[in-house]
Design a protein around this ligand. Structure first.
Ligand code: NAP
Length: 252
């Protein structure tokens, strides 16, 4: 394999959840630029992502609210009907709820766990059932620094993202023998809707920036390269890792 061929996704079909904005949109654009057809799954319009990809024939929009498991069968059927098979699944969709642990509600606990962890498991299960007969496939979960650290005021988010790192390892152990790679990418502090509240708080913003060795917040496309690597043949022997892309935060 040449260096370029090693990272090529030509002929592959990827699903990216939450692809209308932020990190998911950047991942969809990155996978498409490496040659993949991309099914953009989420509850919002994907027009902006399709425009950034610039090749509508290689994009599919599947509307789905991943707060429940109800749309999962439809997602798999729609993408399979469109492209014949699914090679890559990026579980990116996620939410965060902020409150002190003493005040945290059951609603905020369940809402975050359902999208960030429960749907990740059951969508992966449904997609991998189609991959097993072909003996190949890549699952990439979007984890977080809160897969490694505790944080404050985000108990369900930390529980869900720590769960994502654990689940990534378990699924890698079960599915590696079947030819499926399961890995995760842990973004550091990235400028998206998810982190608007932090960036608007001058004290938190200053404290965060002072701790990042690279000296700046990350941008969504910074995550796309790591995901493209894990989706490609270059990562065929990589199983069960959670790869930080964090400007050096965890090294500090
Ligand atoms: P974002 O801009 O808020 O994007 C979140 C995405 O998830 C949106 O596309 C959103 O769709 C989708 N989503 C949320 N709930 C959904 C549901 N019920 N059904 C379907 N889609 C749903 O945030 P982001 O920063 O790009 O986050 C992407 C991922 O990266 C998340 O898993 C997040 O936890 C993780 N992450 C982000 C950072 C960071 O610093 N930004 C750091 C670590 C990890 P709508 O637009 O329709 O709501």
């Amino acid at each position: 394999m040449t260096n370029t061929a090693m990272f090529s996704l030509e002929g592959k079909t990827a699903i990216v959840t939450g692809a209308n904005t932020g990190i998911g949109q950047a991942i969809a654009v990155g996978l498409a630029s490496a040659g993949a057809k991309v099914a953009c799954v989420g509850r919002s319009d994907m027009t902006e992502t399709f425009e950034k990809i610039g090749a509508p024939a290689r994009c599919l929009e599947v509307r789905a609210d991943l707060a429940t498991l109800e749309p999962i069968d439809h997602i798999v059927e729609a993408v399979t009907e469109w492209s014949g098979s699914i090679d890559i699944l990026v579980n990116n969709a996620g939410i965060i709820r902020r409150a002190d642990a003493l005040d945290f509600t059951e609603e905020d606990w369940d809402a975050v766990m359902d999208v960030n962890l429960k749907s990740v498991f059951f969508l992966s299960q449904a997609v991998v059932r189609t991959m097993v007969p072909r003996g190949q496939g890549k699952i990439i979960n979007i984890a977080s620094l809160l897969s490694f650290q505790g944080g404050i005021r985000i108990p369900s988010y930390t529980a869900s993202k720590s769960g994502v790192a654990g689940l990534t390892k378990l699924l890698a152990c079960e599915w590696a023998p079947k030819g499926i790679n399961v890995n995760a990418v842990a973004p550091g502090y990235i400028e998206t809707n998810n982190t608007l509240a932090l960036r608007n708080d001058p004290d938190r913003n200053k404290a965060i920036l002072e701790r990042i060795p690279a000296g700046n917040w990350g941008q969504a496309p910074d995550i796309a390269g790591a995901v493209t690597f894990l989706a490609s043949g270059a990562a065929n022997y990589v199983h069960g890792i959670t790869l930080p892309v964090d400007g050096g935060w965890l090294a500090r």
